[in-house]
Write a protein that binds this ligand. Structure first.
Ligand SMILES: NC(=O)c1ccc[n+]([C@@H]2O[C@H](COP(=O)([O-])OP(=O)(O)OC[C@H]3O[C@@H](n4cnc5c(N)ncnc54)[C@H](O)[C@@H]3O)[C@@H](O)[C@H]2O)c1
Length: 253
């Protein structure tokens, strides 16, 4: 059913974005992989026979260029998956203002710009799927993650508004909200916390990161990609506007 659909995936050089690219390629999509890390992007895109577009998505002009090139190369975009993001764990009073600005631009403005610039192509085709790689932090907060939690809560709002506007045109928009996923972004956090607290990495995962979850196990990127595939399937054609937790029971507590 996804054969020959065009999927534009950001943050595609690593972690969840890379797993998404692999999964959608295997499902028969033409995949456009976008990332700022040119070396890793080129290497991974070559393996998947996907189109690589290097772009700094913290800039509006680059988001616009990305959508335009993808549409020009493949005649349109059917599926947009916004994944690119970073994390910064610092108390508010010490939080660098330029980092705050960068994170909001990359993790909230870019998904809006890409939605806006891919929208006419989806509307024209009468079919579109937009998925934001949100987070459990789009639904609940943790201390010291002000920019991250704010950007992700913003995505929750964007998901709902664009779902309302997209319905008449066959465009669905959903957010996936994972707890911790085993990726380079999280591996670094685990190592930092282990050093800070003088405890083992397994203990960091169980007692600090997944303290609020009932299933104390990191998610694998492929699991998140499989959920995205489901949201693009015919079975999910009436699911729109949701923020879907994959959180091992975290927010049930
Ligand atoms: N890993 C987790 O536990 C977890 C949990 C919930 C949500 N998420 C979300 O998933 C997304 C991906 O996280 P990940 O864990 O795969 O991280 P990752 O670090 O493995 O991958 C992030 C990718 O984004 C790219 N990127 C960073 N800045 C960019 C920019 N300016 N322009 C374009 N690309 C840029 C990086 O180069 C990298 O390839 C993020 O939005 C994150 O918030 C991750």
């Amino acid at each position: 059913m996804l054969t020959d659909k065009v999927a534009l995936i950001t943050g595609a050089a690593s972690g969840i974005g890379l797993a998404m690219s692999q999964a959608f390629r295997e499902a028969g999509c033409k995949v456009v992989m976008a990332d700022v890390n040119e070396e890793a992007l080129t290497r991974e895109a070559e393996k998947l026979d996907a189109l690589a577009i290097c772009a700094d998505l913290s800039l509006e002009v680059e988001c616009k260029r990305l959508a335009e090139v993808a549409i020009e190369e493949y005649g349109g975009v059917d599926i947009l998956i916004n994944v690119a993001g970073i994390q910064k764990v610092v108390p508010i009073e010490d939080f660098p203002v330029d980092t705050w600005d960068f994170m909001i631009r990359l993790m909230l403005n870019a998904p809006f710009y890409l939605t806006k610039y891919c929208w006419p192509s989806m509307k024209e085709r009468g079919w579109g799927r937009i998925i934001h790689l949100n987070s459990i932090h789009g639904l609940v907060a943790s201390e010291f993650k002000s920019a991250y939690v704010t950007a992700k809560h913003g995505l929750t709002g964007l998901t709902k508004v664009s779902a309302l506007e997209g319905g008449p045109y066959g465009i669905t928009v959903n957010s996936i909200c994972p707890a911790y996923v085993r990726t380079p972004l999280v591996d670094k956090q685990i190592a930092d916390q282990a050093a800070t607290h003088g405890i083992g990495e397994d203990e960091v995962i169980e007692k600090i990161m997944l303290q609020k979850a009932s299933i104390k196990k990191l998610l694998e990127p492929k699991t998140v990609a499989d959920v995205a595939l489901f949201l693009c399937s015919d079975s999910a054609s009436q699911i729109t506007g949701i923020t879907l937790p994959i959180d091992g029971g975290w927010i049930s507590a």
